[in-house]
Write a protein that binds this ligand. Structure first.
Ligand code: M6R
Length: 612
């Protein structure tokens, strides 16, 4: 939510900031702005809209300066408009701030500042923060960084922020609590951003700020302290992100690129994790805690959105193959409902970004109660992996499209490997079954490649249903979570109302919605539920619903009763979620494109939900 970028050094800041904002635009895209410090003058440009609107605004205006900050916004306080866009300048112009997060006590602070003579132009919490810093600075005669530090002790809420002080113009001051910030270490220059993507083309040496840390960046020095002004040694890590992975290449949208990348991203997920003899799974990130996981009394999976759906697949996998009871929880509910967490419970947080505020809060709460906390995350160095006891990276590569696709399949693949590994360790599955599942798993990338050869057919189906106003998705067993995921994909990018159900639940209510205008996507591959799902299709057809069935290759039975079928390669039913989800991703993509929707940046959404 919201992207922040900053630069200090000897290059012209403007192109670095604009490019950085373009890379961060997936985090929020309702307004954008920059502040450039040029010979002690600050030029602030900001507007409602995208980074390209900001570029137009700056056209013909002074854009010099070697120090600057930028922001792309996902509105929390105040509607998206020019005034509420960041950066925000304090009333007397001494401080300019970009901020990601929410200052929860902003109304109280605002009233206090009003009583001290302050007035405000915007409705934002960030302008209040800028004025608070300025008020402390001017009334106590401290340095800019001390003013920031004192201000932050008065703030309740979450922030990742970067501050320019116009009267101390040779530095950037950054601080983090809850919202991520990464510092790129150049030679005589520093970069700062909400994630590594705007920085990787300049340096791979990065420092991830920790919560409660303040960084002061000058051309040639980085000084990190905590809120008590105690010095902290920067922990420099080498970040391995390929610049090609964060460009769209020849694709029209990131989402399509990411859908197509799945055969490769899944191979990356199990690269180095399957022994060359194909007889053993190695998950280095959890090796040390494997005995504790194998003896777990219960596994609780916490996640949000698509990651929650991956967790539901995990529930089926762990219960079937490892025989450990599993509960899957929305992190936002789990964290607040005083859950019972016992010694012997293992918590698995699943998150693409590793920054989702509710998931992070849920694991902090469970950690305090003594549970073993594992993470399944995609973004290396993000907050969740840094706060878990152990974990497994999905290695899906950067996912930029707001609609999660390759991250989902990578998460499911990690859960699959974990379930088989633990099942083997607990002697639930035989060596033969274990090895058979490993070799089946390795076939998933080529199966996805094979089904993608039918993309034109899938696109034709999308065309037929592009004007639908509602849709239902049905699945059973391993494919029930895929039904939920298919519905989420459609609604979030095409704004068509869609719901996923376990197919047998249809009779308990949703069947009332079915008529000749209702598309019903049914996941009906050949598994142990096949006969039952065939009956569910009959029930839909008896009410004149339009059935689009995802079926196993060569299925003639369903072909005769459904309106359309999409064939997918046969595979063990435990692995079918990895394959069956792909046509649903493709349909959602094309429906959204045909409806003229902004596929990569759907309305009201942001990629990384760092506020609760
Ligand atoms: O980064 P996370 O996996 O924690 O994000 C969770 C959800 O916000 C995310 O999956 C969201 O639902 C996506 N837009 C789904 O496509």
């Amino acid at each position: 939510m919201c992207g922040i970028v900053g630069y200090i050094g000897s290059r012209t800041a403007y192109p670095i900031l604009i490019k950085g904002l373009q890379r961060l635009e997936y985090r929020g895209y309702d307004s954008a702005g920059i502040a450039l410090l040029d010979n002690n003058n600050v030029n602030v440009y900001k507007c409602k809209g995208k980074v390209r609107d900001l570029e137009q605004l700056t056209n013909g205006n002074p854009i010099g300066g070697t120090i600057g900050i930028g922001h792309t916004r996902w509105a929390t306080h105040g509607i998206p408009n020019d005034v509420n866009a960041h950066p925000h300048t304090s009333m007397n112009g001494k401080f300019v701030v970009v901020h990601n997060g929410i200052i929860e006590n902003f109304a109280h602070l605002r009233n206090e500042l009003i009583s001290r003579g302050y007035s405000f132009k915007s409705e934002t919490d960030t302008e209040v923060l800028a004025c608070l810093i300025e008020n402390i600075y001017t009334s106590t005669n401290v340095s800019a960084e001390t003013a920031v530090r004192i201000a932050l002790t008065k703030v309740v809420g979450a922030y990742g922020l970067v501050v320019i002080c116009t009267t101390e113009p040779n530095k950037l001051i950054a601080a983090r609590k809850g919202s991520p910030l990464v510092i790129g270490m150049g030679h005589g220059e520093y970069f700062i951003a909400s994630d590594a993507t705007p920085i990787v083309e300049y340096t791979d040496q990065m420092v991830y700020l920790n919560d409660g840390e303040i960084a002061i960046l000058t051309n040639d020095n980085l000084n990190i302290t905590n809120l008590n002004d105690e010095r902290k040694d920067p922990n420099v890590t080498t970040v391995d992100i390929n610049i090609d992975n964060i460009d769209k290449g020849d694709y029209e949208h990131y989402m399509l690129k990411e859908i197509h990348e799945q055969p490769i991203s899944l191979s990356d997920t199990f690269r180095g994790r399957i022994n060359p003899d194909l007889k053993q799974i190695n998950l280095g990130g959890i090796t040390e805690v494997l005995p504790r996981i194998s003896n777990a009394k219960r596994i609780i999976i916490v996640a949000c959105g698509t990651s929650y759906h991956a967790g539901l697949v995990g529930e089926y996998l762990f219960e079937e193959y490892a025989r450990i009871p599993v509960e899957v929880e929305y992190a936002s509910e789990f964290r607040y409902r005083n859950p019972i967490i016992n010694a012997g419970d293992v918590i698995i947080a699943i998150s693409q970004s590793g920054e989702t505020a509710d998931t992070l809060a849920a694991i902090r709460m469970a950690k305090e109660q003594g549970a073993l906390i594992l993470g399944i995350c995609n973004v290396a160095g993000s907050s969740i992996p840094r706060e878990t006891h152990a974990g497994i990276y999905t290695h899906a590569g950067p996912e930029i499209g707001v609609a999660s696709t390759k991250a989902f399949t990578a998460q499911v693949m990690v859960l699959t490997m974990m379930a088989f590994l633990i099942g083997k360790k607990r002697n639930i599955i035989s060596t033969e079954k274990y090895e058979e599942m490993i070799s089946n798993m390795l076939k998933v990338p080529q199966s996805i490649e094979a089904l993608m050869k039918n993309e034109a057919h899938i696109r034709e189906i999308a065309h037929l249903y592009k004007d639908a106003t509602n849709a239902i998705y049905l699945g059973r067993g391993y494919l029930y979570p895929v039904a939920l995921e298919g519905a989420l994909k459609l609604k979030e990018i095409s704004y068509i109302h869609a719901e996923g159900y376990p197919a047998a639940e249809m009779k308990h209510g949703p069947i009332a919605l079915i008529d000749q205008n209702m598309p019903v996507f049914v996941l009906a591959t050949k598994d142990k539920y096949y006969e039952k799902i065939v009956n569910n299709i009959q029930e839909v057809k008896a009410r004149r619903g339009q059935v689009i069935a995802i079926v196993s290759e060569g299925d003639e039975t369903i072909r005769k009763m459904a309106d359309h079928v999409i064939e997918v390669p046969n595979i063990d039913e435990a692995l079918m979620p990895l394959i069956a989800v792909v046509p649903l991703q493709i349909i959602s993509y094309y429906v959204a494109v045909m409806r003229g929707c902004n596929v990569d940046q759907p309305r009201n959404l942001a990629k990384s939900v760092t506020v609760e």
